[in-house]
Design a protein around this ligand. Sequence first.
Ligand SMILES: [Zn+2]
Ligand SMILES: [Zn+2]
Length: 169
Amino acid sequence: MASRSEKDLCCPVCHDVFTDPVLLSCSHSFCRDCLKTWWRQHPTPGCPVCKRRSSREDPPSNLALKNLCESFQLQRSQRSSESLNEAAQEHRDELQETLKPLKEKLKVSEQVKVEFDQTAEHIKSYCYSFKEMFVAKLRLPMKLLKLLTTVLKLISQLFLNAKKIYWTD
Ligand SMILES: [Zn+2]
Ligand SMILES: [Zn+2]
């Protein structure tokens, strides 16, 4: 709905804010182009509102009205760009809020992944040192060696499975 000030700045012919308004002797104002068009379409060139005949073929510009209209248009475009900015900011905030838990989750996942990898590395190196130790010295009975190797393999397998389950989630 047009506010009162906007209504006052509207041309009676095109019902839009005046563009280059001219003032007739009857004190009515119209866009220069609107008046020219209206005059071309009507046999008696007078005021489109009160029909009074114009004293001049080329009516003077209504500078005061022109300035009012220009500042109004400027305000209107500023208002719309402000509300656009506000809307954009709101969307940005919303997006940030939505992303926050995802980011946290990602951080935790990364940490767990690193821990998994580190532990897997540890198990691997334990396996190697056991192997080396037993191959080199053979001080423990073969039964114990086999048992230890199996246990380590099992732990390693469990670990890999846990990682898989966690990752498919
Ligand atoms: Zn007009
Ligand atoms: Zn008039």
